[in-house]
Design a protein around this ligand. Structure first.
Ligand SMILES: [Cu+2]
Length: 100
């Protein structure tokens, strides 16, 4: 299940897309069960599809745990929505450190 979709490439693209808006917030999720770039792609897509999410950045936090930093419009998105989205895709997640 490996392909060469690089997380760093995805992150660079998403960083370029993310812009500042008045009601933006970020939340960091610890995502379980991820073990290859395809998993990362699926998680990234599942988060990006949540309406109101403007940016998703993944970073490695160990062999099988990845953190996903999600930027979202807090007028449109509840903090629980990104967590539900990854769980629906087969990758349970939980917020770490609280939303800022
Ligand atoms: Cu995988």
């Amino acid at each position: 299940m490996r392909n060469l979709v690089g997380m760093s490439v995805l992150s660079a693209i998403l960083l370029a897309v993310g812009g500042a808006q008045a009601s933006e917030r970020t939340a960091t999720l610890a995502v379980e069960n991820m073990d290859c770039p395809t998993c990362a792609y699926i998680v990234k897509e599942s988060l990006a599809r949540v309406e109101g999410v403007s940016a998703v950045q993944l970073s490695s936090a160990g062999d099988r745990t990845v953190t996903a930093t999600v930027t979202f419009d807090d007028a449109m998105v509840k903090v629980t929505a990104p967590t539900a989205a990854t769980a629906d895709a087969g990758f349970p997640s939980q917020p770490i450190g609280g939303a800022e």
